[in-house]
Design a protein around this ligand. Structure first.
Ligand SMILES: C[S@@+](CC[C@H](N)C(=O)[O-])C[C@H]1O[C@@H](n2cnc3c(N)ncnc32)[C@H](O)[C@@H]1O
Length: 222
């Protein structure tokens, strides 16, 4: 899914984001998001990092969870808010224009779940490491981190193929938006280093797209 680089272009036209991402992923991302949010239960407290137009936030709210969605793009948040109203789940959702750098404001051990759909790849390496550290702090013991994102393959041949297929899209995206996304290197390792344990990892055949579940240790387990 090297076409994910084009997300940056879609984000610059939020009103087209949902439609564009559906076309880019041939609707497959919906199934991935359904699978990932199957972990969420009624009344749980959930945080969605880089919630965008609410793909994960709305799924969690529909399950009866209390969801806080944060994003730095107010236009994406506006669309998420309208969708929440239309689906009649706005009572379960709070949306904030807020960056992951501000997570230090969140209380320790206050969330059952933290989710991130295609947001980590938009962070710098240091931002990602700091975010993971904060996620570890704000998750309750036994809480889960649910991640879907673009990653760098480990297999050398797949790595080369991935870089070659990304390159032209990278140039187009940069010319249009002056920004880019980074496929994440060694995400499971970074998550482990933050102190969370890996519960499950699912990679696609070319190993450039990950679905990952990590867990905060239960109290008493060192
Ligand atoms: C590709 S979109 C994905 C949106 C949504 N999670 C989804 O799956 O449809 C990535 C989102 O991350 C947000 N984002 C990027 N950097 C961020 C940051 N530092 N803090 C919070 N959100 C950020 C962007 O504004 C964008 O809405």
């Amino acid at each position: 899914m090297s076409t994910f680089i084009l997300m940056k272009i879609l984000e610059s036209v939020p009103s087209r984001y949902d439609q564009g991402i559906y076309i880019l992923t041939l609707g497959k991302l919906n199934k991935v998001y359904d699978r990932l949010t199957s972990y969420i239960k009624k009344e749980q407290k959930v945080l969605d990092l880089g919630c965008g137009t609410g793909a994960l936030t709305l799924r969690a709210a529909k399950k009866g969870a209390k969801v806080k969605g944060i994003d730095i793009n107010p236009q994406m948040l506006e669309i998420a808010q309208k969708k929440a109203k239309k689906l009649n789940v706005n009572q379960n959702i709070e949306l904030y224009e807020m960056g992951v750098a501000e997570l230090e404001r969140e209380k320790s051990e206050s969330y059952d779940m933290v989710m991130s759909g295609l947001c980590f790849s938009e962070l710098t390496k240091n931002e990602l490491i700091n975010t993971l550290k904060e996620v570890k702090r704000i998750l309750k013991p036994g809480g889960l981190l649910l991640v879907v994102d673009e990653v760098r393959p480990k297999n050398i041949l797949k790595k080369i193929l991935n870089e070659i297929s990304r390159f032209p899209l990278l140039i187009i995206t940069y010319l249009i938006t002056q920004t880019t996304i980074h496929s994440i290197e060694s995400l499971p390792e970074k998550i482990k280093e933050s102190g969370l344990s890996i519960e499950s990892v699912k990679l696609n055949s070319i190993e450039n797209f990950i679905e990952l579940v990590a867990k905060s240790r239960d109290r008493g387990i060192k």
